[in-house]
Design a protein around this ligand. Structure first.
Ligand code: DX5
Ligand code: ZN
Length: 213
């Protein structure tokens, strides 16, 4: 059974509250919130005020994915807005180790993310410190892109780099039943999916299909 984290990037932004209520009723494992600053990635989404506004709609953990430069300047704002987990990109900050511990000291979970071009060796010495590793299987910035197959090998590599059974490996980008199955097989615990769920004719069936992997 895979953990499922629907990405609200593919929801109708004019009806975000309804999307959160729908996911709440579906009892998904996490709600994945893509924060983009128009600099680290070429797209702009939402920040702490929007996260705070949707927080009362559910008690499902908010899995906040920061695609922003210098995440160390604003992590506290995302924590105050209601993030339960914060994942940042290791190449967006200089002192990743320090930032992981700042996030954990605030009482929430900390994750690091790797872009498709990044070597997992670069995070070897962070694997004992983080709660999760988010492998990008597309170049971040947009929903609806195609899965990059080398992520399968990368997940196996990360799994082999640690003895920690509680280290969560999550994948994000182009996930559907087929690519999700390949990633679970490679050692992934949790699946982020945006367009597969929200553009599906039956979003509930799409969530259930991913859960079953
Ligand atoms: C991309 C985001 C993803 C995105 C995934 O930068 O990090 O979370 O919503 O969308 P799909 O599942 O459509 O590839
Ligand atoms: Zn994401």
């Amino acid at each position: 059974m895979a953990l499922v984290a629907p990405s609200i990037l593919s929801a109708d932004f004019a009806k975000l509250g309804e999307a959160i209520t729908f996911l709440d009723e579906r009892a998904v494992d996490y709600i994945h919130i893509d924060v983009m600053d128009g600099k680290y990635v070429p797209n702009l989404t939402f920040g702490p005020p929007v996260i705070k506004a949707i927080r009362p709609f559910t008690s499902i953990p908010f899995d906040v994915h920061l695609m922003i430069e210098k995440p160390e300047d604003s992590v506290e704002d995302y924590i105050a807005a209601g993030a339960d987990r914060i994942t940042f990109h290791t190449d967006a900050t200089i002192h990743a180790h320090r930032l992981i511990h700042r996030i954990k000291e605030a009482g929430i979970k900390a994750g690091i993310s790797l872009n498709p071009s990044q070597n997992p060796e670069s995070v070897r010495y962070l694997l004992d410190d983080v709660d999760l590793v988010l492998l990008m299987s597309v170049n971040p910035g947009f929903g609806g892109q195609s899965f990059i197959p080398s992520t399968i090998e990368k997940a196996k590599q990360v799994r082999a780099m640690t003895d920690r059974e509680d280290l969560e490996i999550m994948v994000d980008g182009g996930i559907n039943e087929t690519t999700g199955a390949a990633m679970v097989e490679a050692g992934c615990d949790s699946l982020v999916a945006g367009s597969y769920i929200f553009k599906h004719e039956d979003p509930m069936a799409a969530i259930d299909a991913l859960k079953r992997l």
